[in-house]
Design a protein around this ligand. Structure first.
Ligand code: SAH
Length: 340
């Protein structure tokens, strides 16, 4: 395991085996997680010999390309990993702080029909340090702090469960970046065992569930995961998550014209969630070149929203950040793979 993926206790063991005193572990942890250094050379209070030993065990991401939105300051980074894999990270400045959207896998095997990230399948899981580095590297570039993290980039977080949990424990470590778990959102397409395990981690993270359809029949057409986990059981798992963590679940609903954006679906969705203390995020779909889905018109979006509100559901419409820069879900990575 690389050093940035290690907990403080694991670093202590590592230093002990290297014949170093215990306090070195704390120093290295702080260099990695408070100062976000990308190389051992920057760890100036360590001996040259120790720096040379640590050097190959520190991985970093390297910026391959960057696109900056002219309209809203969104920056989309394409980062190269040590093995040449490319991942996307999106930096989004908001009035309430900076949010960064990170990837949890290189590629994805969930197969959602409207998503660009799944087209080439899953290549591999990201390590905890590769998730941390997306946050730290974007801060190194912008010189600003990250206030919120959304694990909503490429990949299914609960298909890489252990590394995602480790990432969250590291970024919330008081001796490191010390982000509040309340400022983290993890989005899943609905892997029930993952949702239930996550509810027992004792982490007040916000769970986002990618719903996109109010019934199994339609959901199966656009999300293969619906064949494994029925909607009713998925919503029940989300209710359990709310009961155990006290965190209101956020349901993501991407609107595709003529597919899932009609009044019928809105009413069905209202009936499904109307009694829950939850939040629905409507996302006019970002059309993906390889797919035929079209985004819903603003009139249908407003009508859909109104129907949910009549059932006292909290609804927001996600503003489309950086739509002038391929900011939609895996499109920069995809484009790079095609040109490569
Ligand atoms: N695998 C996780 C997280 C990654 S996808 C999940 O499914 O939740 C993050 C969100 O973007 C999901 O809600 C996903 O369904 C949505 N999404 C994917 N492609 C999209 C597109 N082209 N337009 C709008 N939303 C999209």
């Amino acid at each position: 395991m690389d050093l940035r993926s290690m907990t403080q206790d694991e670093l202590i063991t590592y230093m002990k085996e290297a014949g170093e005193p215990k306090f070195r572990a704390k120093q290295v942890f702080e260099w990695l997680h408070r100062h976000h250094v990308s190389t051992a050379d920057e760890m100036t209070n360590l001996s040259l010999a120790l720096r040379e030993k640590l050097s190959p065990e520190i991985t970093t991401v390297r910026e391959e390309t960057r696109q900056t939105s002219k309209t809203d300051g969104t920056i989309k980074f394409l980062y190269r990993l040590f093995d040449g894999q490319m991942i996307e990270t999106v930096w989004m400045p908001h009035d309430y702080g900076n949010s960064v959207c990170i990837s949890s896998q290189a590629g994805c095997r969930m197969g959602c029909s409207f998503c660009a990230s799944t087209i080439g399948g899953l290549v591999r899981n990201l390590t905890p340090s590769e998730m941390l580095e997306q946050v730290y590297a974007s801060m190194r570039t912008t010189g600003e702090r990250v206030d919120n993290i959304v694990v909503m980039g490429t990949g299914e977080p609960f298909d890489n469960y252990d590394n995602v949990i480790r990432f969250i424990r590291l970024i919330t470590d008081p001796a490191g970046y010390n982000l509040s778990a309340r400022n983290i959102t993890v989005s899943t397409c609905g892997i029930i065992p993952g949702i239930l395990a996550f509810a027992d981690e004792g982490l007040p993270v916000t769970l986002a569930l990618s719903l996109h359809a109010p019934n199994d029949e339609l959901r199966k057409k656009i999300m293969p995961v619906a064949h494994t986990y029925p909607l009713e059981d998925t919503i029940a798992a989300c209710r359990t998550y709310f009961e155990k963590t006290g965190r209101r679940v956020s349901y993501e609903y991407s609107l595709m014209a003529g597919v899932n954006d009609g009044e019928r679906e809105a009413r069905e969705l209202a009936a499904l969630l109307g009694k829950d203390n939850c939040h629905v995020n409507l996302i006019p779909i970002n059309p993906v070149a390889e797919r035929s889905y079209k985004t819903s018109g603003s009139a249908s979006v407003q009508k859909f929203k109104l129907i949910l509100e009549k059932s006292s559901i909290n609804v927001t419409i996600r503003r489309s950040a950086g739509s002038d820069i391929d900011a939609a879900c895996g499109q920069l990575r995809r484009k790079h793979a095609q040109e490569g």
